[in-house]
Write a new protein. Sequence first.
Length: 339
Amino acid sequence: MGWWRIGTDTLAGSAFVLSPLAETVASLKTLHAGAATHPGERAWLGRHLSAYRDRLAAEPLDALLVRAAIGPTWNADFLTPTPAGDGERSFEEEVEAVRATEPGDAVAQLAVAIGGPVPEPLCSARDLPERLAGVLGWVWRETVRPEWARRRRILEADVLARTALLSRGGWAAALDELCPGKMRWLGDGRLQINTRDYPPRSVDRGRLLLVPVTPATGWSSWEGTERYAIVYACAGVLADTAGPAVPEALAVLLGTARAGVLVRLGSPLSTSQLVALTGQGLGSVGRHLKVLRDAGLVRRGRAGRSVLYEWTEAGAVLVAAQDGPRPGASRGGGRLTAP
């Protein structure tokens, strides 16, 4: 397995960072795979996959470059530059790190990603960084930027949830939950990054950046000894904005918008997370929560500094009666501490 030794100063200076470029790279990887992990992603692929394949068909060298940069085990480093970590930057600012790669370095990085010699015509091309930046620019403009505001709300909601977990269980709990099954805190300052045969790396200096993306993918990167990044897929309940279907009878009883809030509260969520998931305004979500709370269908509690909402026993029974039994629905929450 691959692991990093995290120094206490590095852990203390760690931060969550939003990155339009990381979101775009993750989207490129999803388009490259052509496979979805949840209904929301499937709908997104349905809208964009054909145009993406047409874009690569028109530029065969770009198609070869993408296949090489997204290797079977490793990504080419210039595809996944480490975020600056000094505040959110625009996509245009971030993608300059891809363009700034020396052509010779790009070929060497492709060799690592491929796991062998870089074939022609990639090996002799002198514009690979510019070409990759162009592909990323297309993915950003055509598939990510039109819905960036919504994605950004989802990412912010995920950061809020992770911060709440950090306040409850400390860094060990927060890091264990980033990439379940792959990443975990081993103790003694050691963080397992993945399950591959990867040499240990000392991260005693610099900053550790935690970067959420909405597609179901992730990677790690670093910039010298200054910055280290872990890019992770945000929680599935947030990433799948399609969400659970609202039963017709429940929509008639409560109204579609209010029922849409209720059915998502099988696990505790904050108001901002519900805004991200439902696409409703903050005021509307707040009003729905007040009505549901007054009706005894949801309860409010705290997790650290966050205020979270979940079903009461009555709320769980109501949703289950409309939509069939759900795991844990027979229990009335009990996971939050009342304020």
